[in-house]
Design a protein around this ligand. Structure first.
Ligand SMILES: *Cc1c(COP(=O)(O)O)cnc(C)c1O
Length: 355
């Protein structure tokens, strides 16, 4: 059949999901909504106008987010997960091989796929051996390539490390004059605490993408948002279909956002678990633990493939990167509950001591 050119060559997102007993492979929150929040969500859902297109719910959530960041409602766009937002941003700045998109690697694997889907030219830039981004070199590459869009994930998935807000500002400032849009994907920012949102007012090229899927444990609802200047949101909005988010998800996210203080203790818990697990894993022979500002930890271990098989055999799912470039023998472990983390550590420790 007459499919779009090169569609057969497009990689699929390798999200083979299993119902693991301990599921720490997708950076999800392993706790369902706090009971108080769940109660309010269910009561709110019973009042949804199922017969209406989602106008009211869309603007109500936008308004709430705008108020929190002291920006205008026109500066906020919502998406079906930040995935939709990122995809649409790539689409808006793509459309031709001369429209380049620069992003660091290793980073979120979808940047390459979205670049190709948008018919833009992906230009990956290598992180250094410790997975740090050399900001000066990154700026130099951007100036040389003159891309339509530059992207960083901050903190970075899957490496876990983060740039400072000053470094983000340095990039934004340096590439403003070449009219390069700059997307900062803040999917894990709640575990880091240092957002670049406040830079938006000074940098017309800056776009911040956020999600409800990670810290707020709302992956099922698929809700994300972006913050940028009005001129930018107006253009990105053209790429959306009307009513791309449903009222059920919007009403749910609205309550979650209203009650976001309820999530602070568990975010703190994930951060302390990350610190605890990092220290423990560091004590294992042959295991390298990378510094993390997220709800997951990246480790390197020579027998990572065997360790992953062993974990799988016990119905424990972590993210193995197989032979992905620069991530050979690396495993990414999301923080579960304290009990889950304890059990996972025990299993890893047993494996390492036997090999
Ligand atoms: C999880 C994730 C997202 C998107 O998640 P959504 O569920 O689509 O909001 C975006 N960027 C990165 C780096 C992620 O890890």
């Amino acid at each position: 059949m007459k499919y779009r050119k090169d569609l057969d060559k497009m990689p699929s997102y390798d999200g083979v999901e299993r119902d693991y007993r301990i599921k720490v492979n997708a950076n999800e929150c392993n706790l369902n909504l706090p009971p108080l929040v769940e109660e309010r969500v269910l009561s709110r859902l019973s009042r949804v106008a199922f017969n209406r297109y989602p106008n009211y719910e869309y603007d109500s959530l936008r308004e709430q987010i705008a108020r929190n960041f002291s920006v205008d409602i026109e500066q906020i766009l919502l998406g079906s997960g930040s995935s939709e937002i990122i995809e649409k941003i790539f689409y808006a700045f793509g459309g031709s091989a001369s429209n380049k998109i620069v992003y660091p690697q290793p980073s979120f694997s979808m940047y390459k796929i979205y670049s190709k889907a948008a018919e833009a030219q992906p230009v990956p830039f290598d992180l250094d051996d410790s997975y740090n981004l050399d900001v000066d070199k990154f700026i130099t590459i951007i100036k040389k390539e003159n891309p339509a869009l530059a992207v960083v994930c901050n903190p970075n998935n899957p490496t876990g490390n983060a740039l400072t807000v000053e470094q983000i500002e340095e990039i934004a400032k340096s590439i403003k004059d070449i009219d390069c849009a700059f997307l900062v994907d803040e999917a894990y920012v709640e575990f880091y605490g240092k957002s670049s949102v406040n830079l938006v007012k000074n940098y017309p090229n800056l776009i911040i993408a956020r999600t409800f899927s990670k810290a707020y444990g709302l992956a099922a609802a698929r809700v994300g948002y972006m913050i940028a200047n009005k001129e930018v949101t107006k253009m990105i909005e053209k790429t959306y279909m009307p009513y791309h988010l449903n009222s059920l998800s919007l009403a749910t996210a609205d309550i979650v956002y209203q009650m976001r203080d309820e999530f602070v203790p568990r975010i703190q818990m994930m951060i302390s678990e990350r610190k605890r697990m990092s220290e423990q894993l560091k004590g294992l022979k042959g295991v390298t633990v990378y510094p993390s500002n997220t709800n997951f930890i990246l480790i390197h271990y020579d027998k990572a493939v065997d360790l992953n098989d062993y974990l799988e055999s016990l119905n424990i799912g972590v993210r193995s990167f197989g032979s992905a470039p620069r991530l050979e023998n690396c495993l990414r472990i999301s923080m579960g509950t304290r009990e889950e983390n304890d059990e996972l550590f025990k299993v890893v420790k047993t494996f390492v001591s036997k090999h």
